[in-house]
Design a binder for this molecule. Structure first.
Ligand SMILES: Cc1cc2nc3c(=O)[nH]c(=O)nc-3n(C[C@H](O)[C@H](O)[C@H](O)COP(=O)(O)OP(=O)(O)OC[C@H]3O[C@@H](n4cnc5c(N)ncnc54)[C@H](O)[C@@H]3O)c2cc1C
Length: 144
């Protein structure tokens, strides 16, 4: 962090929400610390947490667009155009998620997405990532 070491904003939790918020604050040059109890998911596979993929759709992509993350994240996605229903008699029925085959929602690794957003946040000099730091107490009035 450059200049003053006292953060203007402290974010508890470096999951998708906290790390994306840090990108928004970093873009505005606001001194921000993220306290994350887990280790860095970019270097520690074990800290990826919940492991099943996320379905990323318009709302999530729209949230990432203002901080320039959409292209990077879309490269990590696998389009899901629908689901296949498997009947006991072996009959298959496809149910499309969109009105045509061009529409899809996007399957993405939860850990990979989190790591990408954290990585982007780390590029801002005003954002500091503190892994293996669990928040155990907050003193709102004292600011600590
Ligand atoms: C099984 C499952 C499937 C899901 N599928 C989808 C899906 O398909 N699509 C979708 O959009 N959403 C899905 N969700 C929801 C999605 O996971 C959440 O919306 C998303 O993870 C929320 O992000 P978050 O950053 O708010 O919280 P989290 O991802 O929970 O991150 C919180 C972070 O805070 C850290 N933390 C917690 N307490 C402290 C502390 N005291 N000090 C420091 N750090 C702390 C944790 O280690 C964690 O890294 C699913 C959720 C589950 C459980």
């Amino acid at each position: 962090m450059s200049g003053n070491d006292t953060p203007e904003v402290v974010i508890v939790g470096g999951g998708p929400a906290g790390s994306l918020l840090a990108n928004y604050l970093g873009k505005r040059g606001i001194h921000t610390d993220i306290y994350e109890s887990r280790s860095d998911p970019r270097t520690d596979e074990q800290s990826h947490g919940r492991s099943i993929n996320l379905a990323l759709s318009y709302r999530g992509l729209a949230a990432m667009s203002p901080v320039g993350l959409t292209d990077r994240v879309m490269k990590m996605c696998v389009p899901m155009r629908g689901r296949m229903i498997h009947s006991k008699d072996g009959h298959l029925a496809f149910q499309s998620y969109g009105v045509d085959n061009a529409q899809a929602i996007n399957s993405i690794s939860r850990g990979g997405l989190n790591a990408a957003i954290l990585d982007a946040a780390s590029k801002y000099s005003s954002v500091r990532l503190l892994f293996n730091h669990k928040c155990t107490d907050v003193h709102l009035h004292a600011g600590g």
